[in-house]
Design a protein around this ligand. Structure first.
Ligand code: SF4
Ligand SMILES: [Zn+2]
Length: 128
């Protein structure tokens, strides 16, 4: 699945790095190969990102009023963040700093955002 928007691609890259660090530490995963459980979690996160209505204006999921993750995956995401979040600053500083900056972005209420997305869609299709 290819994510179209730059913001979503960056988010996925950040998520991939964090899941990788978590998997190496807790599941004896290899740096270039996740265990099945983490692979499945990352696939889930990618599908959620592909449907994220905020697109380029995506806030951090922690600050999102929608919270589209199911309970179990949300819990796993928190565990991953707790372990990998503080380590990102030294290992992937660019991704860590941009994620901190994303945390300052205010997310519009979900209904408002969905309406904006609907209004934008026909224009984007015409431009293609
Ligand atoms: S939790 Fe919110 S910001 Fe995160 S992917 Fe879902 S809708 Fe987008
Ligand atoms: Zn794993």
């Amino acid at each position: 699945m290819e994510l179209e928007k730059r913001r979503l691609k960056r988010e996925f890259l950040t998520m991939t790095k964090m899941v990788g660090m978590y998997c190496v530490r807790f599941h004896n995963g290899a740096r270039d190969k996740l265990c099945d459980e983490c692979e499945e979690f990352l696939g889930y996160a990618q599908r959620r990102l592909a449907k994220c209505p905020y697109e380029e204006k995506k806030p951090t999921c922690t600050n999102c009023p929608i919270h589209c993750y199911k309970k179990a995956q949300k819990q796993r995401a928190s565990e991953i963040m707790r372990y990998a979040g503080p380590r990102m600053l030294t290992r992937h500083p660019y991704l860590a700093i941009t994620h901190i900056l994303d945390g300052f972005r205010k997310a519009p209420p979900p209904m408002e955002q969905r309406q904006l997305k609907k209004q934008r869609q026909p224009k984007e299709k015409i431009q293609e």
